[in-house]
Structure formats: C-alpha cells, structure tokens
Write a protein of this length. Structure first.
Length: 264
C-alpha cells in the first residue's frame, strides 16, 4: 500500500469489522479502561496506520468482530460471520463500483488460519469482485465496474520464513520462525502459489511503523520485530501475492510478475 500510494495510486481499504473481540496483546497497553474502549481504539489505530501508509480512504462495513470459531462472539447476531450475504456482498460491490479499482486484494482460502472474519472476507470479497461488473446484480449499488485483477495475499510462505530464519541465524539472532518451520506440516499450513512479488524494500520502515500503530495488538518486543528491518530489506524485500486464475485472462500478463499492475 505504501509503495503504490507513493507512486500516486489511489489506495483504499475496506474494513469489515469493529475489533470488539480484540485482546490486549501488548503488555504496555494493558491498562484500566482499555478493554472497554476497544472498538474506539482499534478504529483509531487503523486510521493512524493507514495515514502512515498513504491510504486515501477507509470504508467501514460496520459489522461486529466475529471472534474465533465456536466462541460466544461467533454466535452474536451482529457478527460479520452471521451477516446477510446479500447485504455484505452488496456493500463491497458498492465500494468497487464507486472506486472503480483496477486491482483488488483479498484473503486466500485461509490456509491454516480459520478466523471467521478472514474466511468471510475471502468468500464475500471474491463474490463482490465477480458481481461488480454484472449489470443484472445489485442494481441499486451503482454503475457496473469490472476490475482487471484479483489477488490474494500470500504473506506466510515456508520459503520466506526459511530465508529469514537462515539470515537471522547467520547474524546470531534467535529466529522466531524455528518452531513454525519444524511444525509447518503438523500445523496444517499450505504454501500458497506465489505468482507476484512486489519489491517493498524502500518501505519496510514505514510498514513497521504502521504495524506498531496497532498498539493494543502489537508488542514492540514481540515476534513481529524479532528480525530487524535491515535484515528483511536485504534478504526478503518483497511482498508476495497470488493472481487469481479466474480473472487472469482479462489482462495480458505473464507470471511471475513484479508489479500488481503488470499488463495494465
């Protein structure tokens, strides 16, 4: 987001839920009154992070955080997990038709991470992508628009972890990935297909600052910062994505790609 915003691309974010079920994962923020203000704080954290990244607009869909599978929160009638699909997809279709993006990013099939809200974003985000250009659907949600490319984030790959693990170990830094690599198969993770690698080496510091802006969720001394930015920049300065095959024929591009806008 930071790279493309810096290049003049209009970058917008659709946020499905309010973070009501969020836990305080940063001990520095574990103070009286924080839990009671979680929705307010999570929104402010997101806005700060997006300001740092150069995001032009945040669209809040307005649903309640669904919590984890089988939790009481997951059964809440206002939870995103329990939303009316027609309504939720319609909201996303309206955003796509209003913003008219060339590229849409979403979650993949939730390989090894079954958070209900991530699952719904994958399901309904893909449906909205497909429906936005159909003039017979959601006729009250704006003029049809066909985005050119759909990508899934491919953030957690074994290859990326192995490279950063080896680089950290070579520098005498205790790698946070050792346990993940040893138990990769047992934890049920599957490597996504990486079709596209975008060089974000010049924006890794901004990425870290944006991550730290989520102060209730991110401990500066946690797993996320165990490997210094300079090592990440040197050994793995890319973010990885999967070009979704159902739309790959819309654009004249070949993989592997180095740009989300390849072929446009």
């Amino acid at each position: 987001m930071a790279r493309y915003a810096d290049e003049g691309v209009r970058v917008v974010l659709a946020c499905a839920t309010d973070g009501a079920e969020g836990e305080i994962l940063n001990p520095h923020m574990d103070k009286p009154g924080i839990t009671e203000r979680m929705v307010e704080l999570r929104k402010a954290e997101l806005e700060t992070a997006c300001d740092l990244l150069g995001v032009a607009k945040i669209y809040h869909l307005g649903y309640r955080d669904s919590g984890m599978p089988e939790s009481d929160a997951n059964k809440h009638p206002d939870a995103f997990w329990n939303a009316d699909p027609e309504e939720a997809v319609g909201k996303l279709v309206e955003i796509i038709r209003r913003e008219r993006p060339q590229v849409v990013l979403s979650y993949d099939e939730s390989r090894g991470y079954e958070h209900p809200d991530h699952v719904r974003v994958h399901q309904w985000g893909r449906q909205a992508f497909e429906a936005a250009g159909d003039p017979s659907l959601y006729t009250d949600r704006g003029e049809p628009w066909v985005p050119s490319k759909l990508y899934y984030f491919a953030t957690f790959t074994k290859r990326r972890m192995q490279i950063l693990h080896d680089a950290a170990s070579a520098e005498g830094i205790e790698s946070p990935y050792a346990g993940w690599l040893e138990n990769w198969d047992a934890m049920g993770f599957e490597d996504p297909e990486v079709t596209t690698q975008v060089d974000v080496g010049g924006f890794i510091e901004i990425r870290s600052k944006a991550l730290l802006a989520h102060a209730t969720q991110i401990d500066p001394e946690s797993f996320w910062f165990a490997i210094p930015d300079e090592i990440v920049r040197k050994f793995y300065p890319w973010e990885d994505y999967t070009l979704v095959s159902l739309v790959s024929s819309v654009v004249d591009t070949t993989t592997p790609e180095s740009d989300l806008f390849a072929g446009l």
